[in-house]
Design a protein around this ligand. Structure first.
Ligand code: FMN
Length: 357
């Protein structure tokens, strides 16, 4: 039982409130373009409501919000793991106000969670990996990720509803790099999608400091001086905006190099593509990334080839065929695995900025 200073705003948890701890951990979840698209509402002394911040959607790149729901699944997994490791059970109800439509993003809660003190909770060893897990965009070493390691990864989550595919074959990796590079080219050929990417791309450290979201160069492994030189001379915001082919050409080349430099390619699929499948895939993906982190394996999602807009459909079908996934199923995540030095954490907005009154 937590006491609260009556002068506190009841919507803002104090440091002693368990919800502060679990939510601080939940927002470390991955999200497309690091949009952090979650809204949090607190009720009573133990209840949390999570919904999607529709101002943070990227409808060009993610037209049906599938990636946003995956990222909300990852958020809920972090929350659940952290609550358990602090001796609280997270009683989680998905879609408490009714099941949403699979193509539009509702304003109603995605999850209602009641935190209940429970002496039977056993800490999940993955909880220690939550602050360490990061998307790593370096070119990884070509050291193969072994089937033994991927076996350990699959044991970390409930496999049956979100099966895990994997290959460490070099030809397979090279072919996937071709799909990924072509998909990046398609993604950035459209002005709306390119602008969404530019909106969340941080060209300089100053831009990173200003916004606490988006993707900067540090997570690609560039040091401070390289970042300064790239942002100033090679790829400034002005250059990328006025010369779109320069930006997309560099992104396409980088994507091919990244994927070719991998120790293995993984993917997660589901039989249907309802919102619950996407949340489930996000929870599975988060456990996989946390487990990979604990094994010293770096990971980067490569999700452009899976995009739901029409211009990607031919490439997406060809990729499904290559992976051996029937076109009635949905590949929810595609990612590369490998070995590389760690990268600095990506920014997060302050917890209070997620709270809605
Ligand atoms: C659904 C989804 C799709 C993503 N797609 C990509 C991607 O195509 N390329 C990439 O580099 N990162 C991708 N990411 C990773 C995010 O950019 C990353 O999670 C975000 O920048 C926050 O960084 P962090 O993972 O280091 O905390 C994706 C993440 C999610 C959840």
């Amino acid at each position: 039982m937590h006491t609260r200073d009556p002068n506190d705003n009841p919507f803002f948890p104090g440091p002693a409130d368990i919800r502060n701890c679990v939510l601080s951990s939940a927002i470390l979840a991955p999200s497309p373009h690091n949009t952090q698209p979650w809204k949090i509402k607190l009720e009573r002394t133990e209840r949390i409501l999570i919904s999607i911040d529709r101002d943070r959607l990227i409808p060009g790149c993610d037209p049906i919000g599938r990636q946003t729901f995956i990222s909300t699944g990852a958020f809920l997994e972090n929350l659940d793991i952290t609550a358990g490791s602090l001796g609280y059970r997270a009683d989680l109800d998905l879609f408490p106000e009714g099941w949403p439509d699979p193509r539009t993003v509702p304003d109603t809660p995605i999850a209602r969670i009641d935190l209940v003190r429970d002496g039977r909770c056993i800490p999940d060893p993955l909880s220690t990996q939550i602050p360490i897990r990061h998307t790593n965009r370096r070119v990884f070493s070509t050291r193969e990720v072994s089937l033994h390691s991927t076996g350990q990864i699959t044991e970390s989550y409930e496999y049956s509803l979100v099966p895990f595919g994997f290959s460490n074959d070099r030809d397979f990796i090279r072919t996937t790099a071709g799909f990924a590079a072509d998909a990046m080219d398609i993604e950035l050929a459209d002005k709306t999608r390119r602008n969404e990417t530019l909106q969340y791309f941080r060209f300089t450290d100053e831009e990173v400091l200003k916004s606490a979201d988006g993707i900067g160069l540090a997570q690609s492994g560039y040091g401070r001086i390289s970042r300064f030189l790239i942002g100033k001379f090679f790829l400034s915001r002005k250059k990328a905006t006025t010369s779109p082919s320069l930006f997309s050409g560099m992104a396409t080349k980088k994507t091919r190099a990244q994927v070719e430099g991998s120790g293995g390619i993984g993917w997660l699929s589901t039989k249907s593509d309802h919102r619950v499948d996407q949340v489930r895939a996000g929870r599975a993906f988060q456990r996989i990334h946390l487990k990979a982190t604990s094994l010293g394996i770096a990971l980067q999602p490569i999700t452009q080839p899976l995009a739901d807009y029409a211009e990607m459909s031919d490439l997406r079908s060809a990729l499904y065929e290559y992976l051996g996934i029937p076109d009635t199923h949905t590949v929810q995540m595609l990612f590369r695995l490998g070995y590389a030095p760690t990268v600095p954490p990506s920014p997060r907005r302050n917890l209070q900025m997620f709270l809605k009154l």
